[in-house]
Design a protein around this ligand. Sequence first.
Ligand code: 3UK
Length: 538
Amino acid sequence: MTPSAHLDTFTIDRLPAPADMPELLFDLPSLQFPPRLNCASELLDRWVERGQGGRLCIQGHDRRWTYAELQAHANRIARVLVDELGLVPGNRVLLRGANSPWLAACWFGVVKAGGVAVGSMPMLRARELRGLIAKAEISHALCDARLADELAAAAADSPALKHMLHFNGGGAAGSLEARAASKPAAFTNVDTAATDPVLIAFTSGTTGVPKGTVHFHRDLMAACACWPQHVLRATADDVFIGSPPLAFTFGLGGLLLFPLAVGASTVLIEKASPDALLAATARFRASVCFTAPTAYRAMAALAPGHDLASLRKCVSAGEALPGPTRALWKEVTGIELIDGIGSTELLHIFISAPEHLARAGATGLPVPGYRACVLGDDGQELPAGEVGRLAVKGPTGCKYLADERQRQYVQNGWNLTGDAYRIGADGQFEYQARTDDMIVSGGYNIAGPEVEEALLLHPAVAECGVIGRADEARGQVVTAFVVLKAGVAGDAAMAQGLQDFVKQTIAPYKYPRQVVFRDSLPRTETGKLQRFRLRSEP
Ligand code: 3UK
């Protein structure tokens, strides 16, 4: 085994025991990695060394950097971390900010210096930040000046956190930019082992203590070698854009690692509401877009007001893609969405369909490099057509930081994502629901997302969420929370109309016996419907 470069072995010491590790597969030629690997060298420095430093790399609302410029900023940040803040390889560094070029430069600065980057969602409050700092024993933080207050409040009673610098605050004296400006633009990356941790990504966990998932330098490069190469197939001429924060591995991969892996450019915008994302797509002539299914639905309604001629590939992940949303996006833009299921634990997408295989109701096929199957309650593989638990294996896998729940996610070497799936006659994997979200009503198993899909076909429905509510007679009763389009009244006649509509669209026993009208639905910052909150609503 090649030695670790980590002098601070906190993360390595808290990896799961060997017996609890997922089995790894490195079947593809592109997954043969050298023992020493720093992913910043591969993703960033490599282009400059090959004479491509002048290529456009990263844009934000007020800046535009080439590969050489991003490299110089990252190198200077690495210098500040090492020379001024005493960072040693293995230290954990919190990154806090909305997506921006400076946040990306900070990420690379940390990686170059051999640190472990810990992303954090911009909306997190002091209380939640305190939890992350304690769990990952974070010693350093690089924080957007506009989000400084909550972090300062967290830092006040977080003894582990000793060093903090701010960026995006106009370059004030003492800021990260000001200190970086006085540093040389050259830095020799720490010679990390391929299996040295580089990232702790916290799950968007809907319940319980957040879980930190550890990823190695090799894991990041493996993610770049699988889905992007075989399904997305973007080129150096593409311009990436999207909404997921870099703190969410969907965003880190889609908006930073994958574009840089192919020498393309990326647009990092702070506010990516549906309207803002469309406007930015037009302004930057973006060609590859990453966002969540609900955003595509909202964007479809607004698309006619924007010039989207540059757009050629659109990726949907984070939640099941309803067939009606796929159809709507195609109708409005002519683009077939690329659906893909990924997870924080597996880093990125592991089942997906390229455009020509896309079909309603199916997420797709295991991405080359991954294997997937559907397991029954006895842990045995189920034949096609039967609903069971999704199990996945590949070059990446779940490694929770000091967490008992490792044994729930990884069993017999397989990663169990917590999703109920079925394999269709054509071999494609068909999403049913989160395993905990399957509704059992009157003896029937009903998948909430299927009922949601039917409701979304109704012209009055903007958004909806379907859950099972405890019911004495039926065990659970199918309950739909519906947000209607502007100007439509949520009255008894509408409820009846929706129920009849569902009965005519899918098997009648699945229709929502209860319909509740709402102005909005509870969602996580990553766009996921919080079904547990709907379940506890009156
Ligand atoms: C659900 C999907 C159906 C599924 C993610 C792409 O979402 C990501 O990571 P999380 O850890 O959540 C994982 C869970 O989300 N899910 C995600 N995508 C789909 N369900 N169809 C989909 N296309 O329950 C999964 O287990 O927040 C997605 C890339 C990186 C990611 N981290």
